[in-house]
Design a protein around this ligand. Structure first.
Ligand code: 6CS
Ligand code: FE
Length: 302
């Protein structure tokens, strides 16, 4: 089926996984849609987010809240029903829990977090509209065996496989354990969000079953990564439990494995603008399950 047949009204602004050669395209969308008067982020920080594609909050949630979320991590990872659920993804070479998806629906604790004004207020401000949760997950990255997340742009996957039309989504990563320089913290190339790396390789059916363990299709080639790294450098995000990083959907990012005894457990929430709701995938045989790419676009209300 041609692209126009599957999207009679929507042209594909970011064609990816359709060519045998990687391509670097200019971003065609704004980065920041709201202003300093629209939420808790001040003007200087918004300007920095526009330029770099991310912002950090030293202490988004307090130590006692962190303990509540840590207890929830332990409870979920010990719940046989959750461990047996397809929302739970184990590491590629062990039964260690790598991620649990859609935590905002299976956990009352995380359901409250997505509607916390400190979280959703920042997302609405950056996206300049009402928002809904496109995806949520906890990444456990356990000590000794936690594996890496190779370089990628989230938007490239959400566009190709979830049908997200434009770059108007933002992730927030909240540290639930200390993120050190050595235990596999998030790395972002500052400014890379303004370049779309069109990847090669066709999306296989049910790609998510492999990609959530170790993504290959939809990851940039070494040449493109070298161009971006030479141009932008690489920022590593460290911080105490309770600290947070918000980053644009198209930042080039990844994280190393964790061979230290210290887990690097974070909760990730992805907010999409209600003006950017997902349609049919732009480059995949069928949409991913709703626990990975939401199909309920109900905006979060206070
Ligand atoms: O495929 C996805 O949607 C997920 N994979 C990664 C590595 N980051 C974004 C998202 O959690
Ligand atoms: Fe990612």
């Amino acid at each position: 089926m041609s692209l126009m047949e599957s999207h009679p009204t929507l042209a594909d602004a970011y064609p990816t996984r359709v060519s045998t050669e990687p391509t670097l395209l200019y971003r065609q969308d704004p980065v920041v849609y709201g202003g300093p008067e629209d939420g808790p982020i001040d003007a200087a920080t918004l300007d920095s987010f526009e330029a770099n594609g991310y912002l950090s909050v030293e202490q988004l949630i307090g130590p006692e809240e962190v303990e509540t979320y840590r207890a929830e991590l332990r409870r979920m990872a010990a719940d046989p029903a959750i461990l047996a659920d397809e929302r739970t993804v184990t590491e590629r070479d062990s039964d260690e829990v790598r991620s649990i998806f859609e935590v905002h629906r299976i956990s009352d604790v995380f359901a409250r977090l997505v509607r916390d004004p400190r979280v959703v207020g920042r997302a609405r401000q950056i996206l300049g509209s009402d928002v809904y949760v496109h995806q949520s997950r906890v990444n456990y990255k356990p000590g000794f065996t936690g594996k890496d997340f190779y370089w990628h742009s989230d938007f490239e996957t959400w566009h190709a496989e979830d049908g997200m039309p434009r770059m108007r989504a933002v992730s927030i990563s909240i540290a639930l354990t200390e993120n050190f320089v050595h235990n596999g913290g998030l790395m972002i190339m500052p400014g890379s969000h303004k370049t779309f790396v069109a990847c090669v390789g066709e999306t296989p059916a049910d790609h998510y079953k492999a990609s959530l363990k170790s993504q290959e299709v939809g990851t940039p080639d070494p040449g493109s990564l070298s161009i971006l790294a030479d141009k932008h450098g690489i920022e590593l995000f460290t911080g105490p439990a309770g600290s947070a990083t918000m980053f644009d959907c198209n930042c080039m990012h990844g994280s190393n494995g964790n061979i230290t005894p210290f887990p690097r457990s974070n909760v990730f929430i992805v907010f999409n603008s209600v003006e950017n709701t997902c349609v049919e995938p732009f480059s995949a045989p069928s949409p991913r399950p709703s626990f990975i790419g939401a199909r309920d676009f109900t905006p979060i209300t206070d």
